[in-house]
Design a binder for this molecule. Sequence first.
Ligand SMILES: NC(=O)c1ccc[n+]([C@@H]2O[C@H](COP(=O)([O-])OP(=O)(O)OC[C@H]3O[C@@H](n4cnc5c(N)ncnc54)[C@H](O)[C@@H]3O)[C@@H](O)[C@H]2O)c1
Length: 326
Amino acid sequence: MKNILITGADGFIGSHLTEKLVSEGKNITSLVYYNSFNHWGWLENVNCKNDINVILGDIRDYDFCKKITKNQDVVINLAALIAIPYSYQAVSSYVETNINGTLNLCQAARENSVSQLITISTSEVYGSANYVPIDESHPTKPQSPYSASKIAADAIAMSFFNSFDLPLTIARPFNTYGPRQSARAIIPTIITQILSGNEELKLGDINPKRDFTYVEDTCEGIALLIGEKKTFGEIINIGSNNEYSIQDIINLIKEIMAKDIKIIRDNQRVRPQKSEVMRLKCDNTKLIELTGFSPSIDIKEGLKRTINWLSIDENLAKYKTNIYNV
Ligand SMILES: NC(=O)c1ccc[n+]([C@@H]2O[C@H](COP(=O)([O-])OP(=O)(O)OC[C@H]3O[C@@H](n4cnc5c(N)ncnc54)[C@H](O)[C@@H]3O)[C@@H](O)[C@H]2O)c1
């Protein structure tokens, strides 16, 4: 399990996972979403830049997927369109990327006899919790086109395990946060607005509750699945088994940053009522039992690290703090 292809390696979680697996001595090929600037996204900022094989391309292209999965032991698919608000506007591109992209990688992994394909799902597939903590038997409910595309992607992938014995593991992270997360996510949105000196914090609904997991713990959870045959054909939650409302997170950030700031409800950020997922809390028992996973960064420490990273001018400059990032 030495040669590993990570798709979406240019993104938030993918760049951290790349760094982690390089530090563990793996041979990493990192797929960056094709762009004419030859920009490597967050991989531009990693220390292991010279120790990875970077390729640019697109998971929507089957022939390309077939080519890049050749001679790989493990393929980890993090490439996706992930913003919920943008999924209201561009449903077809979510279908193309998240569903067809996953199908392409399943077919390519099968053709090339890859030893393990790990696809990355999301807790959003569960919709507002019927019960907490949410275990893997909880029903799924597509409350957004993003969630629907991930439910379908998971189903396609699982059908390849059931029909063709594809060595497949589906990892299902809950909300992940930390350095390099885009401003469309709630924690960077709050911190960057405060850091840029705004008098008011513009937000959508602050009542939803989430299980927040620091990015290093999410990556640890994914890394522990590599080479674990007992995870084949399984869906496995990755999360901390905690629960905080957005209001709780605002209070913690205000306390750490020693800033008081007024919250303004910005209607363009409020999701349609039936679409907003009100509660997600992870039951991570399966991951713990299968791998011995133990999240190590609590919310206060994780928020401090995220605030410290965003407080560096060079990092904050990458965020457009005064506009709403869909
Ligand atoms: N961030 C979270 O809280 C969270 C929680 C649960 C699950 N996930 C899942 O984790 C994965 C990574 O999420 P992230 O937060 O790092 O998001 P991200 O947007 O930072 O990373 C996704 C990457 O995929 C790339 N990409 C998009 N379309 C592509 C295509 N057609 N071909 C190749 N690359 C393409 C993008 O360039 C982007 O860098 C996604 O599958 C997401 O659904 C994220």
